[in-house]
Design a binder for this molecule. Sequence first.
Ligand code: B12
Ligand code: SF4
Length: 502
Amino acid sequence: MRVLLINPRFQLPIDTRTTPHLGIAYLAAFSENRGDEVRVFDQDIEEVPLRDVVREYQPDIVGITSNTPQVKQGWLAAREIKAVKPDTFIVQGGPHVSALPEEAAARPEIDVVARGEGEETWIDLCNTLERVKNGNANFRVSEMLDPKAKILDKVLGITYMTPEGKIRHTHERPPINDLDTLPFPAYKYFKMERYSSLQPAIDAIDKGKSFSMMTSRGCPYRCTFCSQSVMAEKWRARSPEHVVKEWHYLVENFGAQEIGLLDDSANIDRKRLYRLSELLIQENLHNKAQWVMINGIRANLADTELLGKMKEAGCKRVAFGVETGDEDILESIDKRVTHDQIRQAFKNARQVGLETVGFFIMGLPGDTEETMEKTIKFACELDPLVANFSMMTPYPGTKVWEQVHRNGGRMLVKDWQDYVFFEGKARYEMGPTTAEAQERKWKEAYRRFYLRPHRVLNTLKRESTWKNFPRTLSMAAKIVLPKKTKDEKVKAIIEETQQVAC
Ligand code: B12
Ligand code: SF4
């Protein structure tokens, strides 16, 4: 079959970099193993219109990924495909539709929603479609969705709307148990030369060959603000040996110079991470590509022995989710870590020579001017190399979303595309957590953290400041200058997306 996988267009209101989508890369690898012809269309970097690709390629099945701010662009893409080729079977997956499957399933341009971890569901759908289409010259997508035909009943983890307008959910799909059975992400379907670098939030060198990797999936914690709609609560890990094989593959086939680990909580099993570090040294990979932890690792499990070995194995930077400087709020968000553990983790990282990133949230439920002040002070005390202050954005499926909707909070964003948190705009307000206080403290946080004299001096001394000078300049402008209006291109995208109901 001909498979088309789409990462819908998306713009962040910050200067952003582009990176191949790992979820799409896994789906592509599974499709390749099934024997399908595969194409990836990443709207962030494509120059040709989607409709031209569909007209020429004539896909049988299209998979569209979507997080919350991307979801409407996903629907627009699906509409464009159906307008060119109405019998295309369109599946939408990813974090947003996993949290709100009914909303997407009810859209006429979406045939099926894949909930949660998607590889097995995707292959199941491809097998089913192929079986139904085989020898059926008059195939119509509605045949698949007809409940009387029971075609989709056995495909676990999906939601769809029947031709009569009824929403059906099949049972949950159990998570993939043995992650060592996963193929490596299939980057060969991506136009690799068009991607800029690893992460917008991290100062990797622009145009450096950087790749993402996930060595474990899931997280056993359930912090109230975190959107955990995709991966199961059960934490599952790849073996260090399997990870090292992929490391070799990225270094030797793609010339990877930098690897970002995207795990939600990479050090849940500290022995595994220690062993991975040992293997990287043994296999001489520690000299080939430096690596950074993109997401926070657990502060309560970050001892000097582990961090020291990671440093020896080529790790450059670790991140910790600090979230708040207020003890009571820290407890209320269920982070299950204490400020002393966080202090110790930063101290340990510094002791072994690792750079640090701290993630902080302004506007957690219960936050007031005073508690946000404590967050700023705590950030300055910990003094990580990078302090990232997000605006609390209640995503569907999170506990904070429920709190806001049940406890009389008020969402200040109406459109899914505005569910982004790197912009200094409050996304909700509730009780003492006013929009005005959130926005003022967010701005103050950046100014006070980064404009301290020793920070300015350190920034000027850093090599990456000068290597990425235009980027550094634009970041600095964001801290000291008022927000600029969005440029014409961004405006056009926003207007286009506003035509789709949220
Ligand atoms: C790396 C990352 C980024 C990177 C790259 C994003 C990207 N396009 O890959 C950057 C830094 C750009 C980023 C930005 C943002 N991110 Co982010 N990001 C992640 C992170 C840490 C890893 C993503 C990943 O690679 N996962 C591994 C792959 C294998 O999983 P996956 O992509 O979800 O795909 C699987 C399933 O979802 C499903 N699936 C997905 N698509 C499809 C399609 C089909 C057809 C099928 C069948 C299945 C399927 O199958 C896949 C394989 O199992 C996740 C956390 C996480 N654990 O996933 C957050 C996460 C996705 N991000 C999140 C958020 C909120 C954002 C931002 C909105 C933040 C902001 N700035 O305001 C922006 C959005 C920007 C954008 N362009 O997408 C949330 C999403 C919540 C939501 N409701 O949408 C997450 C879940 C973090 C969290 N726990 O809250 N992010
Ligand atoms: S914030 Fe981190 S530790 Fe908390 S639930 Fe999300 S991934 Fe897990």
